[in-house]
Ligand binder design. Sequence first.
Ligand code: HEC
Ligand code: HEC
Length: 281
Amino acid sequence: MKSCVPLLLVLLALAGIPSVSGADAQPADSAENPLRKTIELGRLLVEQTATHPLTRSYVGASLNCTSCHLDNGTHPTAATFLEVATAYPAWAAREETVVTLEDRVLNCFMRSCNGTRPPQGSLPAVAITTYITSLSEGLPMQMNEKSPHGPRRVKALAIDPAEADVASGKTLYTARCGSCHGEDGDGTGDGPPVWGPRSFNMGAGLSHVEHLAAWLKVAMPLHEADLTDAESLDIAAYVNSHDRPAFDIEEHLPAAEGLGVYNGKRGNEKSAGQDDHTAAE
Ligand code: HEC
Ligand code: HEC
């Protein structure tokens, strides 16, 4: 009978009937579908990273992922998550290794969120990675030898950080940014802090003037991003002329025994008696 299964699936497909072939398969559009629920949890964690019980202990800044990945990463240009999953695994020069999308997610916790890297395979790691991957569903993927960035990454500007005018940046900041981010950059308005102890740290991409300028150009002022390249540069230089937390990677890694957890629930029963070395790994 077993040989009939493929034929049966073809017939079901031709008839337009979804093929639920095994006892573990889930209906695709059900709100109770565990995969869809995980995607939705990931979206929630991207939105409420600093306050959600699953992630808040890993976040040191008063920032959520969506603070920079606007609209939960669905904004088309401001550090979008759209199409990002197609670019992983990727070579990362900073880490001098090949990183997975999960690695990339976790590294943003310790740098941009000035927090601790959650363990690989932990629920927040899996949920956020699943959410970001869902935003590339159906797209062709590539092995990426260039850098850990999606095809729609923030465009670099033709600017020279050495030419920034910090005084002009201060005037522009007061006029265009201070009402939301506070004159002291501490987020006393509707926006999050942009410098000081509750901001991203010196390991974050935005701590580099040229990266902050490029992101500002497409993202800020919120809902009316209209800065010129020169204005973006001057404001970025002014914002980053202030102190923010230092970055010493040792302080942002979890305890050695928590670096990775096994991402599964049934492995022990299945491998019991087969692998003597499992416990030591
Ligand atoms: C302070 C701002 C900031 C915060 C907060 C932040 N990120 Fe990022 N993140 C960036 C920037 C900037 C980039 C580089 C984007 C680019 O070059 O297009 C980036 C890149 C990434 C990438 C790689 C994107 C790509 O194109 O491959 C991922 C994935 C990512 N961040 C996930 C997260 C997650 C998850 C969180 C929350 C835990 C987070 N980030 C928090 C600023 C931030
Ligand atoms: C209308 C209010 C508003 C204005 C004006 C505004 N921002 Fe923002 N900004 C926000 C909000 C809100 C966020 C977080 C987005 C979110 O959570 O959806 C943000 C995010 C940011 C971030 C990334 C998160 C962080 O705090 O590090 C930076 C950097 C930033 N803004 C800088 C600026 C600069 C510089 C200007 C002026 C050119 C500016 N903003 C103007 C509201 C504003």
